[in-house]
Ligand binder design. Structure first.
Ligand SMILES: Cc1cc2nc3c(=O)[nH]c(=O)nc-3n(C[C@H](O)[C@H](O)[C@H](O)COP(=O)(O)O)c2cc1C
Length: 254
């Protein structure tokens, strides 16, 4: 049995749903899985886990800052274990090369910025939740959807996640972690995470650290302010994407 930690951030809940689905796939294989929202956990948990999956949506062309902060804080611990990153985006719902390349570039940027190289990467289509968006976001997604997916009925939500893809990703990562021999060591009550760690099993459990500011839940006012900023940023962000895509296409044609 391998112990897995799934750490995720989410704006509208779809990444949480994917994290839960991955948890089901891993537990069905007989593994021990802990799933945590990134700001509601202590980093020290990472030390006692064999393999880690980190998930984030793309919001305004970026991964959630709290997820990036988690990776930054735990870079060394992550480098010593089998790890995977999964990303949810609208770009991955668009069946074209430019959108696929764009989705990949967000991950490339993350790897470059943090220096963390996950063993596996999953690029999943997310969801468009019109019924939860404010007026700006709803209008923007309606306009952008009109020229991409065609899904413009704002009275309902659209889910694009391909659950077979998520399952295949989770199973592939589980197989990798199993191959690396991340097995439980019942005599010591500890678990080895990698080939090297199996040779020198950690025998000390670390104490839970004090919650950091990242562990604190946002207040409703902070969330409202954040959403308003996100809506304004979304407009600017998608205009930036359109500009970038147009430039990219003209560069390719020239
Ligand atoms: C405010 C906002 C900004 C977004 N920005 C992007 C973006 O820049 N690129 C993209 O591909 N998808 C973007 N999306 C789509 C999300 O990545 C997608 O809806 C995802 O499923 C959200 O996951 P969550 O429900 O876990 O927050 C954005 C969504 C919202 C609500």
């Amino acid at each position: 049995m391998v112990s897995f930690l799934i750490v995720y951030g989410t704006d509208e809940g779809q990444t949480a749903t994917v994290a839960e689905y991955i948890e089901t796939v891993l537990t069905d294989r007989g593994h021990d899985v802990t799933t945590r929202y990134v700001t509601e956990m202590s980093d020290s948990i990472v030390d006692d886990i064999d393999a880690v999956l980190v998930g984030s949506p793309v919001i305004n062309r970026k991964h959630l800052s709290e997820v990036v902060a988690f990776i930054d804080r735990n870079r060394e611990a992550l480098a010593a274990k089998p790890t995977a990153f999964f990303q949810l985006s609208f770009a991955s719902a668009i069946p074209s090369d430019w959108a696929r390349d764009g989705a990949q570039e967000w991950v490339d940027d993350l790897i470059e910025r943090t220096g963390w190289q996950p063993d596996r990467v999953g690029l999943f289509a997310g969801a468009v939740k019109y019924t939860r968006y404010g007026p700006f976001t709803r209008l923007f997604f309606k306009l952008f959807s009109a020229v991409t997916t065609g899904d413009t009925d704002t009275s309902r939500d659209y889910e694009y996640t391909d659950w077979d893809e998520v399952e295949a990703f989770a199973a592939d990562f589980a197989a990798l972690a199993e191959r690396r021999g991340a097995v439980e060591a019942p005599q010591t009550g500890t678990r080895a995470a990698t080939e090297q760690e199996r040779e020198s099993v950690i025998t000390e459990h670390k104490h839970e650290s004090q919650p950091t500011k990242h562990d604190r839940e946002s207040t409703p006012t902070e969330r409202r302010r954040g959403r308003r900023l996100a809506e304004i940023g979304l407009l600017a962000g998608f205009l930036g994407v359109v500009y970038w895509l147009v430039r990219r296409q003209s560069f390719r044609q020239s």
